[in-house]
Design a protein around this ligand. Structure first.
Ligand SMILES: Nc1ncnc2c1ncn2[C@@H]1O[C@H](COP(=O)(O)OP(=O)(O)OP(=O)(O)O)[C@@H](O)[C@H]1O
Ligand SMILES: [Mg+2]
Length: 332
């Protein structure tokens, strides 16, 4: 698994461009995904995440896009190819879009969706039970009307349905949206568990930057362009001092103080992460850490507390988007 040999290439996208009525939505996007990888697609609203997934899942006509795209070695676009791809992929839509039968039980729901793939009832029920067990869907709900299940349980039933035909690739649109905060981690952990047990390659579209925790690779999209496609670890390490930062709580923090700290000659970036909290990135943090503190104190800025940490993916994402915006601003 996760072996980068050509035979393990599951999704190949080269120079993808998507146009709707002459408006370019996707601009020269390229990436490769190998068997068993979990890919997180991140980007602010309108970046083009859903559009890319719609190309890969055969939902956009070939006349709207250019470039090389293969999914399980087949090019989407032609009718006979699309049906071959659809046999090999699963798709879990957003919660509000789930087209489940709410008066029927989870098991009957699976049976109905399985019959679309020509899977016989006995076999469907066996696969369903196995998946429900992996997903911890309580056994006493399996035969009750789906409408009585909690939001998170419904979401997991929809994941089981997306996996009923044992697809090699599963696409999930916003799997943690509409699920309460603690349950978000559960959903992400279930996805990881399914990925490990079944070897399913996964694409997760999400606004939830913590989902990066379960991703092997993260894609960052902005205005139709792919800014980054790499492991979260590598991306974070590309920040100043390999992503190491100093977090300060500062008395009466304001923009003036932030500006002053920004003027520290080795300062690379500052993020305000709370009313009185900033995270500071400097060059060669190890050597210059005490010098930074001295600079702050000499400028009559009162430090209440401080600690060292490594940037998380959320911070990386914010800084990367900010960098791009500043670049664009300068070009204008
Ligand atoms: N069929 C279409 N016709 C015209 N424009 C479209 C079409 N589909 C998408 N777009 C435009 O393409 C851009 C990208 O849309 P897309 O749905 O891919 O974004 P997204 O990253 O998924 O955003 P969100 O996070 O809000 O779901 C948007 O500006 C959208 O208005
Ligand atoms: Mg979308």
């Amino acid at each position: 698994m996760k072996n980068k040999s050509p035979k393990n290439l599951v999704v190949n996208v080269k120079n993808l461009e998507v146009f709707f009525k002459k408006k370019q939505i996707i601009n020269n996007v390229s990436f490769q995904v190998y068997k068993g990888e979990i890919i997180g697609l991140f980007g602010i609203s309108g970046a083009g995440k859903t559009t890319i997934i719609r190309v890969l899942t055969c939902q956009i006509k070939k006349k709207h896009w250019k470039g090389i795209v293969t999914v399980t070695n087949i090019t989407p676009g032609k009718k006979q190819n699309n049906s071959k791809i659809l046999e090999k992929i699963g798709y879990v839509p957003q919660l509000e879009l789930l087209n489940l039968y709410y008066d029927l039980s989870p098991l009957v729901n699976v049976e109905i969706f399985a019959s679309n793939y020509g899977i016989k009832k006995d076999n469907a029920l066996k696969i369903a039970r196995d998946l429900f067990k992996i997903l911890d869907i309580p056994e006493d709900t399996w035969n009750n009307p789906l409408k009585n299940l909690s939001g998170g349980e419904k979401k997991r039933v929809s994941m089981a349905i997306g996996l009923i035909h044992k697809p090699s690739v599963l696409f999930l649109d916003e799997p943690t949206t509409g699920v309460d905060a603690n349950k978000r981690y559960d959903i992400l952990n279930y996805l990881k568990k399914l990925n490990r047990k079944l070897g399913t390659t996964m694409f997760i579209i999400t606004h939830d930057l913590e989902a990066a925790l379960v991703c092997d690779k993260t894609a960052i999209l902005r205005e139709g362009k792919l800014l980054e496609f790499d492991t979260p670890y590598k991306l974070i390490s590309s920040l100043a001092s390999d992503g190491q930062l100093v977090r300060f709580t500062i008395e009466n923090l304001d923009e003036k103080i932030i500006k002053k700290i920004k003027q520290y000659p080795l300062c690379k970036d500052i993020s305000r992460t709370g009313n009185n909290v900033i995270e500071v990135f400097i060059q060669d943090l190890e050597q210059n850490y005490s010098n930074l503190i001295e600079y702050i104190i000499n400028n009559n800025i009162k430090i209440i507390s401080m600690s060292r940490d490594i940037a998380n993916f959320r911070r990386y994402f914010q800084l990367r988007i900010k960098e791009e915006e500043e670049k664009e601003f300068k070009e204008k």
